[in-house]
Structures are given as C-alpha cells and as structure tokens.
Ligand binder design. Structure first.
Ligand code: PGA
Length: 229
C-alpha cells in the first residue's frame, strides 16, 4: 500500500521537521512493501533521510525564471526532490489551473523524470448524475496526460469527499476504481476523508493501492496509525 500525506498549507518548517522525525521512529515496524510519501508546504522542503519519500505539492514547469511566487526545478534539486503532486482539485478549483495548464505541467515534469502523483476527481453535482457522468468527467481529466508514463501514480479524489469528513462509500470507491483501472493500469490511490477509522475498510477494497490523506495526515499519531493499520 501507498500512504501519502498532503499537508496543503499546514505545518511550518519546524513542525514538519519534528513530524518527520517522529514518523520515522513510528514507521520502523511498517511492512516493507508499504511506501510512505509526505508533501509538506514548499517552505518546509529540506533533505530528509528515512524510509519515506518527500515530494512537492506543486512547482512551476521551469528550471527557474521570472515566475513570481513559484518554485521551479532548481529549488527542488537543492533538496533532491523528484516527486510532485499534479492536478489536485484545490489547484484546479482554487488556483484556477485548467486542464491545459495541468497537462503542460505533467509533460514538463515527466520530461524531467519526476515521479508524478496525478490527481483527478469529480464535484458533487457530477456524482449525483450517476456513474457514467462521473467516468466521463474523470476521463476528461486525462486529456493531454501520458497515462503510460512509468513513474505515474493516480489519485482518485472525489471533491465532495475532500476535507468534509464524508468519505466516498465502499461501493463508490470500488466501482470507480474498477472503471478507472480499465483505462489506466497504474497504482491508484483513493483520497477524500481517509482517516484511522476508515483506513482498513478503504485499503481492503479491490483496486485501491493506497491513500492520499489531507486532514488526518496532519497529526503524526493519526497518520502513522493509518500506515500501521
Ligand atoms: P482530506 O484531503 O483527507 O482532508 O479529505 C485529501 C486530499 O485533498 O488530498
């Protein structure tokens, strides 16, 4: 299983450092086949050693240059960061990243050999229209994306389940993952209110290869409990 923590705009440089130290102590007993990813805010990126991968939540598709407020490959190379989240619904919805921007970012970081966790997910009004509307919406988020890229992990995160405390049901996750796996044969994470109370149920679903966790990853006890569950 893959356990990925997305801190979003939470934690500082100091608290991230303390978190990672504690996490490393806690996960010494994790199964060797399980892998752990942490996506801290960019101010907290650093060299971290341990049985986990640190990635960036975002970056601009350039080595460096005049892109006020962004970081590029040069800033990531300083800490040997080679993993990136692309297409998260908050970047699409809050930061206004279109499919065109997302796919250009994907192409750039693929070219740079980054491991990419590519996020897709539908809003509630689409989910309410039923399974075929959901699939149509999700497949459109693969437009311009090379889904055969070898270093690719997909995260299915229904927008209405993110940060709401209401996870998708087992049936919804199972049927969506099954349908997605027909199109994209890559590790497939579920994201959206995954937490210690539902982790076993979620990771037991066929077609779920791991979880991308926001809120419940912020506390190291909670996230490590999920990893060790
Ligand atoms: P959540 O966020 O776990 O707080 O629902 C998941 C995500 O956005 O990756």
């Amino acid at each position: 299983m893959i356990y990925a923590a997305n801190f979003k705009t939470n934690h500082t440089r100091k608290t991230t450092k303390d978190y990672i130290k504690k996490l490393q102590e806690k996960i010494v007993t994790k199964k060797t086949e399980d892998s752990v990813y942490i996506f801290p805010p960019s101010t907290a990126l650093d060299h971290f050693e341990g049985d986990f991968t640190v990635g960036t939540q975002n970056a601009y598709p350039a080595q460096n240059g005049a892109y006020t407020g962004e970081i590029g490959v040069e800033q990531l190379e300083e800490f040997a960061i080679k993993t990136i989240l692309i297409g998260h619904s908050e970047r699409r919805e809050v930061l206004g990243e279109s499919q065109e921007i997302v796919s250009a970012k994907f192409a750039y970081f693929k070219e740079q050999g980054f491991e990419i966790i590519y996020c897709i997910g539908e809003p509630l009004e689409v989910r309410e229209q039923g399974d075929s509307a959901v699939m149509e919406y999700l497949l459109a988020q693969f437009e311009g994306i090379d889904t055969s890229y070898e270093d690719l992990i997909i995260a299915y995160e229904p927008i209405w389940a993110i940060g709401t405390g209401r996870s998708a049901t087992v049936e919804e996750i199972a049927s969506t993952h099954e349908a997605l796996k027909k199109t994209v044969q890559k590790p497939l994470l579920y994201g959206g209110s995954a937490k210690p109370a539902n982790i076993k149920e979620i990771t037991s679903i066929r077609g779920v290869d791991g979880v991308l966790v926001g809120s419940a990853s912020l506390d190291v006890e909670s996230f490590s409990q999920m990893i060790l569950s």
